[in-house]
Design a protein around this ligand. Structure first.
Ligand SMILES: Nc1nc2c(c(=O)[nH]1)N[C@H]1C(S)=C(S)[C@@H](COP(=O)(O)OP(=O)(O)OC[C@H]3O[C@@H](n4cnc5c(=O)[nH]c(N)nc54)[C@H](O)[C@@H]3O)O[C@H]1N2
Ligand SMILES: Nc1nc2c(c(=O)[nH]1)N[C@H]1C(S)=C(S)[C@@H](COP(=O)(O)OP(=O)(O)OC[C@H]3O[C@@H](n4cnc5c(=O)[nH]c(N)nc54)[C@H](O)[C@@H]3O)O[C@H]1N2
Ligand code: SF4
Ligand SMILES: [Mo]
Length: 770
């Protein structure tokens, strides 16, 4: 097995190992306020200009406008203000509505290898893609290709495959419900379930834990619940950067008397205090304090922390029987309590303290708040999901809600805060390598074919299959598979062994530069743009983090007349690749998206009267049994589970590294080199460390270092990072994704969910060798 080309002569898969000019300040004490407003306006003005930019912002998250393309935080159900967006939503829109364009001139000016020497910021900043481009066999430059020829290339490679499982169809969570539904239909008619998605790297662990324990892989609360509850645990999530409008809701929670507890190795600015940018007080700098308690848990110490919380719950119950544990809920709706109690009895406070890195008194304080709260919600994101034992940790968090009965009633429940704006909807539409049998039966009946039942590849399987030349064709519906995936160099080798890699994209990214024998870029319309089809202007639908499905209609002129919508691309690709094999009226779907929604309604439960309900301002909630205490698990009961502690053993000198987001990026899209809240300006190649850990290694602030990861005897190195002393527990470190992805071993994945362990990479840090 050999790569088609040798590594050395090829475009680099990693962002350039080159420093900018770091300026370092103190972490900020409050989030948003005027700095955020100034930052939003700057991004909009620089990219889209005041007219196009303002028009876009005023349509975003409005009933009748388009859904913010950034995160999945919900919009208010009722009244909306004129400005339903945040700084990072504005950046996402600025990047999509930019006036900059890249066409054939750009691609003839720069070879692919030259493009690879540029930073991720530069690649994204180049502008919107405007025409389909082909990187032909042994070519150095992308050249324009007609849509017809582009689809012929795809059809040719798909038809040449020895079997359908040689093709891999990735989806990123920005695709609309309509595009995603047709895409999975095309893939299954082609004959495979190889539908890896960004969720495999994201909330898969949440889905796995929640499906098993409460019978639905989604959250169980609404925005109103968040604002009116008595207690919110925020675990492993940085809302100030990644879900900024959550701060508006958290401010409400606090003003309504609720308490917020932060559980995070870092005290993130967004949970310290919030200055509302649309209130005079906020603009004057007056901030509402948010978290009343911060527990600086060690990386991967959450399972131990939760065991501490649960022990406190049982102790409080023993002190005053019938006051804390909800025996009625357990008896009526759940099972597994006895085994759970016995197992928890065996866990000592010493191990809890040691593994969480927290002291017992602090855990008891947090437990008191949770216990005394009539209603409580736990929110979490990647800080919990990207560890080897992520599923166990999330199951334990569910235990906390189950044994106290704080679930399935107003203002109480679990809230995995989703990432991409439609990642939850894509799953609902069937983007998953292992959909349940019921889905297949309904799909087959509606479209009169037999969909394959063997499970397909998830993200890690897909990379390994391409590496082993079992996967030969890669198609990406959005996203940046190369840079988002673990083990950048291994993934690059995998991509290079393909016959064809094709990306449906709005903006240029590194994934377009590391290709198979042939590479295709298929440029599509963005969310903000008018989608004109034969039957008129179309809208699409998306589902947010709280299960609300609503319409999104672009209002701006498309970036180029040569762009196709994602739906159109999928339809034409399917028509050409499947030919007579498919009876699906692909071109009818392209002409009129209502016809797609009619089919979704017949295949997926919860979408009755879809076309009508999608047109209701504000959309509609999908059914969620847990809200009525219906648990759709195998046993029909909520499962209280036993989740043994399974700490990561570090050898001397080793640290646990989390790879996370700066304030100026959306995943692999880099908007700028600043991380304002953490006091970092103009540099991304930084590693945050505890100052004692620095001292122990003889490292000085801003000293250049190399980071080496260790896994099953293998090492991987990321060169040239500057050390930043930062408040975090000893033994913990942090660096930005995607720069640090070279360190994440391909084989290091969570049990059950197979999510890459991007938040607990074992590393050593040494002075940089020039
Ligand atoms: N502006 C912007 N918005 C985004 C994104 C973006 O890149 N930019 N990405 C979107 C996507 S796809 C997603 S999934 C979400 C991600 O949203 P987040 O999950 O908030 O993203 P991360 O930056 O990965 O932050 C993880 C947080 O977990 C903490 N953490 C790390 N390890 C641990 C641990 O072991 N235990 C605990 N308790 N905490 C830990 C980190 O300190 C950090 O605060 O955001 C979405 N929204
Ligand atoms: N080390 C490490 N790795 C991680 C993570 C981490 O925390 N640490 N987080 C993981 C997570 S949570 C996620 S979700 C994944 C994200 O993985 P992806 O979803 O694959 O990555 P993105 O960076 O969001 O994709 C950006 C690209 O999407 C394209 N795009 C933007 N808008 C549109 C659109 O409307 N339509 C289409 N077709 N294309 C569009 C643009 O070309 C852009 O360059 O990364 C994962 N990787
Ligand atoms: S919170 Fe998320 S969805 Fe809402 S405007 Fe900000 S980035 Fe967009
Ligand atoms: Mo994500």
């Amino acid at each position: 097995m050999k790569a088609n080309k040798t590594e050395d002569s090829l475009p680099d898969a990693e962002p350039p190992r080159k420093l900018e000019h770091l300026e370092r300040g103190e972490p900020k004490n409050k989030a948003v306020g005027s700095a955020a407003v100034i930052s939003s306006l700057k991004h909009i003005n620089d990219q889209a200009g005041p007219v196009r930019g303002t028009k876009a912002l005023l349509k975003m998250n409005q009933k009748g406008g388009f859904d913010c393309p950034s995160c999945a935080w919900p919009d208010p159900d009722d009244e909306r203000s004129k400005f339903e967006f945040c700084e990072n939503g504005a950046k996402a829109v600025a990047t999509e509505t930019t006036k900059k364009r890249i066409g054939p001139d750009f691609f003839s000016k720069y070879s692919v290898a030259e493009l690879a020497e540029q930073s991720d910021f530069w690649l994204n900043d180049a502008g919107r893609l405007t025409q389909p481009m082909l990187l032909d066999r042994d070519s150095t430059h992308y050249k324009p290709v007609s849509w017809e020829d582009a689809f012929s290339v795809i059809a040719e490679e798909l038809q040449a495959a020895d079997n359908p499982d040689e093709a891999i169809f990735y989806t990123s969570g920005r695709a609309s419900n309509e595009a995603a539904f047709l895409y999975q239909l095309f893939v299954r008619q082609y004959g495979t379930n190889n539908l890896p998605d960004c969720s495999n790297m994201c909330h898969e662990s949440s889905g796995a834990a929640l499906n098993q324990t409460i019978g639905i892989g989604k959250g169980t609360v609404t925005l109103e619940d968040i604002e009116k509850t008595d207690c919110i645990l925020i675990m492993g999530q940085n809302p100030g950067t990644n879900h900024p409008r959550m701060l508006t809701s958290l401010e409400q929670t606090v003003q309504n008397g609720g308490k917020i507890i932060s559980i995070n190795p870092l005290l993130e600015t967004g949970v310290k205090a919030f200055a509302h940018p649309q209130k005079v007080s906020g603009m004057m700098g007056k901030a509402t304090p948010l978290a009343s308690l911060h527990l600086p848990v060690k990386i991967n110490g959450d399972l131990a922390f939760l065991k501490g919380m649960l022990k406190c719950v049982l102790e409080a119950e023993a002190r005053k029987p019938g006051s804390v544990v909800d025996q009625h809920f357990i008896d009526t709706y759940a099972q597994g309590y006895e085994a759970f109690r016995e197992a928890l009895d065996q866990v000592t406070w010493d191990s809890i303290v040691e593994q969480s890195g927290l002291n017992e008194a602090d855990i008891r304080k947090a437990a008191d708040v949770f216990i005394n709260a009539k209603e409580a919600i736990t929110c979490w994101a990647m800080g919990l999901t990207q560890h080897h034992n992520a599923v166990e940790t999330i199951r334990e968090l569910v235990n906390l809600h189950l044994i106290t009965g704080k679930i399935g009633r107003p203002r109480s429940g679990v809230c995995p805060v989703r990432g991409h704006s439609n990642v939850q909807g894509d799953r609902t539409m069937g983007i998953w390598e292992k959909m349940p049998e019921m889905f297949h039966e309904r799909l087959d009946k509606e479209f009169r074919f037999t969909s394959p039942r063997d499970h397909g590849y998830d993200t890690i399987d897909a990379i390994q299959a391409m590496h082993a030349e079992r996967g030969r064709v890669f198609i990406g519906l959005g996203g940046n598979f190369l840079s988002a995936s673990p083990d950048t160099h291994y993934t690059a080798e995998a991509m290079r062994r393909c016959k064809l890699t094709a990306h449906i994209s709005t903006k240029l990214n590194r994934g377009h530069l590391v290709t198979g024998e042939r590479g295709l870029i298929l440029p599509c319309l963005g969310r903000s743009e008018i989608d004109q089809q034969k039957s008129g202007e179309q809208f699409v639908t998306v589902e947010n983090s709280m299960g609300v499905v609503q319409q999104s209609q672009g209002r701006l002129e498309p970036a180029s007349s040569d762009l196709l919508s994602e739906v159109a691309i999928v339809c034409r690709m399917a028509e050409q690749a499947l030919g007579a094999k498919s009876e699906v009226p692909w071109s009818g779907f392209e002409d009129n998206y209502d016809l797609i929604r009619d089919r979704i309604e017949r295949v997926i439960p919860g979408f009755e009267n879809y076309n009508q309900k999608a047109r209701q301002p504000g959309g509609f909630y999908l059914p969620n049994g847990v809200k009525e205490r219906k648990f759709n698990t195998a046993s029909g009961k909520a499962e209280i589970t036993v989740n043994p502690l399974d700490p990561i053993a570090l050898e001397s000198g080793q640290l646990l590294l989390q790879t996370f987001r700066s304030h100026d990026q959306f995943n692999t899209t880099i908007y700028g080199n600043n991380d304002r809240y953490r006091g970092i300006k103009n540099e991304r190649r930084v590693i945050f460390m505890n100052s004692e850990d620095m001292k122990e290694r003889g490292l000085k602030a801003e000293q250049p270092v190399d980071i080496t990861s260790h896994f099953e005897g293998e090492t991987r190195t990321a060169e040239l990072f500057l050390v930043i002393p930062y408040e975090t527990p000893r033994g913990c470190a942090a660096a930005y994704y995607p720069e640090a992805n070279v360190l994440v071993p391909i084989k290091a994945k969570a049990k059950v969910s197979h999510t890459p362990i991007s938040k607990s990479v074992i590393v050593t840090v040494k002075p940089h060798i020039a």
